[in-house]
Design a protein around this ligand. Structure first.
Ligand code: HEC
Length: 101
């Protein structure tokens, strides 16, 4: 069943990786506080991508914040830890966020 779904996703062509990572972010609850294009409770992922575009260590920094939470960078509201996210998924999500600019 999973394989069928995967080939459907791959069938979409170039848009597939971004689509798959949006699905991952949605399944990990990220999109209840974030959107790609606009600020919700947390910053838009485009703004995050723009802020860290010259930071080579950003994938690791952001992956760690995604897992452990963070505060004081974007405003008064902190991001709670996302314990449901594995390190591998956190890196995937960080790389995707940085690719949204
Ligand atoms: C309960 C709401 C909430 C959830 C759920 C949430 N975030 Fe956040 N996120 C925030 C807030 C608020 C900030 C801003 C924190 C700050 O100012 O440092 C933030 C900041 C971030 C940042 C920027 C960190 C920085 O230091 O610049 C990234 C990247 C991010 N979130 C990704 C994610 C991902 C990926 C998920 C899903 C696993 C997620 N967030 C889930 C609220 C949330």
């Amino acid at each position: 069943m999973k394989r069928v779904l995967l080939s459907v996703v791959l069938g979409l062509g170039v848009a597939a990786p971004a689509f798959a990572d949006l699905a991952l972010a949605t399944s990990k609850n990220c999109m209840s506080c974030h959107a790609v294009e606009r600020k919700v409770l947390g910053p838009s992922f485009k703004d995050v991508a723009a802020k860290y575009k010259d930071d080579k260590g950003a994938v690791d920094t952001l992956a760690s914040k995604i897992m452990k939470g963070g505060s004081g960078v974007w405003g008064p509201v902190p991001m709670p830890a996302n314990n449901q996210v594995s390190e591998a998924d956190a890196k995937k999500l960080a790389a995707w966020v940085l690719s949204t600019k």
